[in-house]
Design a protein around this ligand. Structure first.
Ligand SMILES: Cc1cc2nc3c(=O)[nH]c(=O)nc-3n(C[C@H](O)[C@H](O)[C@H](O)COP(=O)(O)OP(=O)(O)OC[C@H]3O[C@@H](n4cnc5c(N)ncnc54)[C@H](O)[C@@H]3O)c2cc1C
Ligand SMILES: NC(=O)c1ccc[n+]([C@@H]2O[C@H](COP(=O)([O-])OP(=O)(O)OC[C@H]3O[C@@H](n4cnc5c(N)ncnc54)[C@H](O)[C@@H]3O)[C@@H](O)[C@H]2O)c1
Length: 479
């Protein structure tokens, strides 16, 4: 086949795919994507094996878990079971349909050539795609990330492959595992722990370090760890050391702690979620002269330009946030900059929130308390329990709270977190305050808060923070 040349080559059909619209109708575009999961789905991780299927499963999981708390509200509720096969059919019926329709639409675009094989750079303008070689004037690297591979004896045993899973395969598993062991302690581990416990699996989550969600504020992480441990077995400070077939079927998993003590667990399925690594190495980006950092992320400037001016990057491959809303924002930035090279824009500089869809859910944004402490930054701290507001009483919630970290000089939020029912939606109020530079006093007093909504817990936290900022200002003679 003759070598084909394109104006723009986009590698990755997740957020990268959203760049292409009618504004590019006069450009010859190659969209290269090898596919996600065992069936090589088109459309990237979020649609096929990430945000969407996990949240479509987390929602019924939360519903199934309602019974655990209902007794406290004098409701005798029990769940008879979850029809996992029907649930899978509903979830993947929707996402597979979107993937197939998205691919068909792209393949029908006259100016777009879709190439469905793995790609790797040969040089700064040349890409090997399967057995074909293509060239392009500009490239967009949007190749995402993959699960970190653990070097543990037995994990690569082909006879055990059907029982060893990553986030790409676990949700499409044929049968709900009776005993599921999850290795990892991040967002994925907690979300999958919630889903499979609620559906009836006996879950054991084993984490290498002493706390789950180590990247978020330590007080929220500690509460999340305590609450997770009330729902399923949580084992800390243990590292997977070997995997082998168990005599009576299933897997025998050995873990060791820092003292060398061995722990054994039997499982019907093992889920590995020990973090994700960017895919730039598989794309051989260095052959194109593209710089990567020590962790393997493609280095970009604030315009999403790599070290080569004709090569752009976005999403997980270059951004350690590894979040879909960040990948989407960066795709919009790249789109603008491809269309308007003389008037480039930067990616948004507002704080990036993260929601964790576990039970209870969590929302975090901005600085953690440990980071402020380490940096020697002065801050006002407020922890407002759900139990201090009327709707918190209605829910009989005794564990949820809102945490604010505020600059005492300006009243601006430095960081915030919420753990408890509706945390992602409540936390978004605080994201708004931070993104639009609204100080805590104005945010609390400048609007009505409908009584007795759950958001009153946010209002009260803001009021307390504002009062403390005012008190400090008075004390320091600033008011
Ligand atoms: C289980 C799970 C749950 C998640 N939940 C959330 C959530 O609730 N909220 C949130 O914000 N984020 C969530 N994320 C993260 C989110 O999915 C990612 O941040 C987002 O999908 C990244 O988009 P992307 O476009 O950078 O990469 P992707 O969507 O992964 O797209 C990259 C594409 O590149 C292709 N590709 C890779 N290498 C090559 C190659 N060499 N040649 C050709 N093609 C290649 C892949 O096949 C893939 O289709 C979750 C992730 C996981 C794993
Ligand atoms: N709701 C969401 O926004 C959402 C959901 C899922 C994933 N994601 C994104 O995907 C990315 C990956 O998430 P993740 O949970 O896989 O990774 P993570 O980096 O958040 O957590 C990885 C965890 O695995 C542990 N770990 C690492 N090596 C280990 C080992 N050898 N044995 C045992 N434990 C080990 C780490 O201590 C850590 O707790 C994150 O950046 C996250 O933002 C987001």
């Amino acid at each position: 086949m003759a070598q084909e040349h394109f104006d723009i080559c986009i590698i990755g059909s997740g957020s990268g795919n959203s760049i292409i619209d009618e504004q590019f109708d006069d450009k010859a575009i190659a969209l290269v994507d090898r596919g996600v999961g065992e069936d090589l789905w088109f459309g990237g991780t979020c649609l096929n094996a990430g945000c969407i299927p996990t949240k479509m499963m987390a929602a019924p999981a939360t519903m199934a878990a309602t019974g655990e708390h209902a007794g406290r509200l004098n409701v005798d509720l029990h769940v008879d079971g979850v029809d996992f096969a029907a649930l899978q059919q509903r979830v993947f019926g929707r996402t597979n349909g979107i993937s197939q329709a998205g691919l068909a639409w792209r393949e029908s675009n006259e100016n777009v050539t879709v190439l469905r094989e793995a790609a790797a750079f040969v040089d700064e303008h040349t890409l090997q795609v399967g057995r074909q070689t293509i060239t392009a004037a500009q490239f967009v690297i949007a190749a995402g990330s993959r699960t970190r591979v653990l070097d543990v004896p037995g994990l690569d045993d082909p006879d055990l492959a059907g029982m060893v899973h990553t986030s790409e395969t676990i949700l499409r598993i044929k049968q709900l595992p009776g005993r599921l062991v999850i290795v990892g302690g991040g967002v994925e581990a907690l979300e999958f722990g919630h889903i499979f416990t609620s559906f009836g699996s006996r879950v054991t989550l084993v984490n290498r370090s002493d706390r789950l969600l180590r990247k978020i504020d330590e007080e929220l992480a500690r509460r999340a760890t305590e609450l997770a441990a009330q729902r399923f077995s949580v084992r800390l400070n243990q590292e997977l050391s070997s995997v082998e077939p168990a005599k009576r079927g299933g897997l025998l998993l050995r873990f060791t702690d820092p003292s060398g003590t061995e722990y054994r667990y039997n499982a019907d399925a093992l889920l590995l979620v020990p973090g994700r690594v960017p895919n730039g190495d598989q794309l051989n980006v260095t052959a194109a002269g593209v710089d990567v950092d020590a962790a393997g992320f493609v280095v970009t400037d604030e315009y999403q330009r790599t070290s080569r001016p004709h090569i752009w990057a976005l999403g997980d491959v270059c951004d350690p946030h590894m979040l879909k809303h960040v990948a989407n924002a960066e795709a919009r930035t790249v789109q603008h900059n491809l269309l308007h090279p003389d008037e480039p824009v930067t990616r948004p500089t507002v704080p990036v929130p993260q929601a964790v869809f576990t039970q209870p859910p969590i929302m975090v944004v901005g600085a953690t308390e440990q980071a402020l402490r380490e940096a020697g930054t002065d801050y006002v701290k407020v922890v407002q329990p759900y139990a201090t507001v009327a709707y918190g009483w209605a829910l009989e919630d005794e564990t949820g709270f809102v945490k604010l970290l505020v600059d005492p000089a300006t009243g601006m939020l430095l960081g915030a977190g919420v753990i408890g029912p509706e945390a992602p939606d409540l936390g978004q109020l605080l994201v708004t305050a931070m993104s639009f530079g609204i100080d805590v006093g104005t945010m609390a007093r400048g609007q009505y808060w409908a009584h007795p909504e759950l958001a009153e817990v946010v209002e009260n936290a803001l009021l307390s923070a504002a009062a403390e900022c005012d008190r400090r200002a008075e004390q320091e003679g600033r008011s």
